[in-house]
Write a protein of this length. Sequence first.
Length: 213
Amino acid sequence: MTKSASAPGAMWIVSAPSGAGKTSLTQALVQRLHRRGVAAAISVSYTTRAPRVGEVEGTHYHFVDDAKFLTMVKAGEFLEHADVFGRRYGTGLAETDRLLAAGTELLLDIDWQGARQIKSKRPGVQGVFVLPPSAAELERRLRGRGQDDAAVIAARMQAARAEMAHYAEYDYLIVNDDFERALEELQAVVLAQRLRRSGQALRHAGLLQDLLA
């Protein structure tokens, strides 16, 4: 029996306004895919902002200063990069390609600016936009964090509306009202892509040869 080849992984852009729950969803999705034997990971972005309490270098972000970030931009080391709330964020190109070549389903937690850059370079990339069930619920979630004052909350709500205005640029739309349902929908989208004939024919080349012999 011919040994099956490994199919490259897919890149998934997941965007949402702050407070919609995309970070929790992507983290839970990676765990679920692992339990199914599917290699999956969340891309670790570079940022110029300071680490928050509990954040670990290389796990949550790669923390760099402005000078280092700009040097990486000039060297073409980012697949995409953007300024968000006065801080810089970017997706490393080399690590992205390494994970995809290894067959990893790679989730990119980025905003619409980064999504546009990536889609212009790699048109086949799939995008998922996560919406909150209502503006009132989104504001409640932001207030529930207990980290920001009223002025910051108002600014974040304004930024959220600006972000949500770009929902039509994405391939899939998920409303995170019930977390478990939203997670099931996100998993269904990823698994459906993995079941496309081109990838499955590579993963199961040996089986196909045996069956058709």
